[in-house]
Write a protein of this length. Structure first.
Length: 334
């Protein structure tokens, strides 16, 4: 299959023009740790190497290369809990989204997944507590906590997401809203940020995670409900089961028209409308995959070589949404 641009006068308008007209304020993935390393002392941040994670501790040591939700994961084995992954002074944003996958049977308190802490006694804690998912701020930036009603310590993988938008914080477990708070105040200043523990009163230990953590991601915006749900639902399709947060962010950019299209695992994704599923749902019809990202039927369609995606609105590549609806790309088979 190939795509033939439709000529208007003597000009051919390329779909790449869409990227140049990106709307300001679109979501941006600012950090992503896939935790797929099999050895070494670095957890790579594939978005910004400034925040590569330094794997520390030997009492006991974090165990790499364990079966994960997406690829491999890190096991934080408990015991004395003198371990952590230091990711530097990652900025804490008043508006942000954090997503990760966790698998545990532990019922302890203060089990940090990603924590901010400093010597000014300011803390932001994205964590598990007594088997439940929670987010709280403490010290001079107190607020919450938001706590889930459901437990996630059943020994299976769960996607836990915080969407923080100013004073409000909404928790999601496996795409379903579960717990919120609306009294978050203040701003966490320069801090030591760690995966799997919390920098607390000058110590790197004391609030350690117990269990497996995989695919930790931070956006500098509040993801929509549809996007949060899609992080989980997309993985239910076997062909898309390796779509990590970095890949999903590229798909979100296609939906937001900051990318004209994106290819992942041999599937070419473009923006579409007229879908009839539920917000955040992912499904396959024939040879085409669909992800609906809002309640109005807009989302993404993914085609493989040789397929002609439907509906025909895929040919627009989202140009209408950016004011370039007069320029049409027409698909035809080779």
């Amino acid at each position: 299959m190939k795509t033939t641009p439709h000529r208007i006068g003597s000009f051919v308008v390329l779909a790449l023009a869409v990227a140049a007209l990106a709307s300001p304020g679109q979501a941006a993935l600012i950090s992503h740790w896939g935790l797929d390393e099999t050895s070494g002392t670095t957890a790579v941040n594939d978005v910004n190497a400034t925040y590569n994670g330094a794997i520390s501790g030997t009492d006991p040591a974090i165990v790499l290369n364990q079966p994960g939700k997406i690829g491999t994961a890190f096991n934080f084995p408990g015991g004395n809990g003198k371990y952590y992954i230091g990711v530097g002074d990652l900025p804490w944003n008043n508006v942000m989204t954090i997503s990760s996958w966790v698998k545990t049977t532990d019922a302890g308190g203060g089990r940090q997944i990603l924590g901010w802490g400093n010597l000014s006694n300011q803390y932001a804690q994205y964590r598990l507590d007594l088997g439940k998912f929670m987010y709280g701020q403490y010290g001079g930036v107190s607020g919450g906590p938001a706590i889930s009603t459901s437990s996630v310590n059943d020994g299976t993988w769960h996607n836990v997401v915080l969407v923080k938008n100013g004073a409000s914080g909404q928790l999601y477990i496996d795409g379903a809203p579960d717990g919120s708070a609306s009294n978050f105040a203040g701003t966490v200043g320069s801090a030591v940020v760690e995966i799997g523990n919390l920098y607390n009163f000058g110590s790197n230990y004391g609030y350690h995670f117990v269990g497996l953590i995989d695919d930790v991601a931070v956006w500098n915006s509040a993801l929509t409900v549809g996007k949060v749900k899609a992080i989980k639902s997309t993985l239910n399709l076997p062909a898309l089961a390796q779509y990590d947060a970095s890949t999903m962010d590229k798909l979100f950019q296609v939906f937001d028209t900051t990318l004209p299209s994106y290819v992942a695992s041999g599937v070419t994704w473009t923006r579409t409308t007229g879908l009839g599923g539920a917000e955040g749902a992912a499904w396959q019809a024939g040879g085409t995959y669909y992800i609906q990202l809002d309640s109005n039927g807009a989302g993404l369609a993914g085609s493989q070589p040789g397929d002609i995606p439907e509906p025909a609105t895929l040919a627009l590549l989202g140009l209408a949404a950016t004011g370039l609806g007069g320029y049409i790309r027409r698909r035809r088979t080779a």
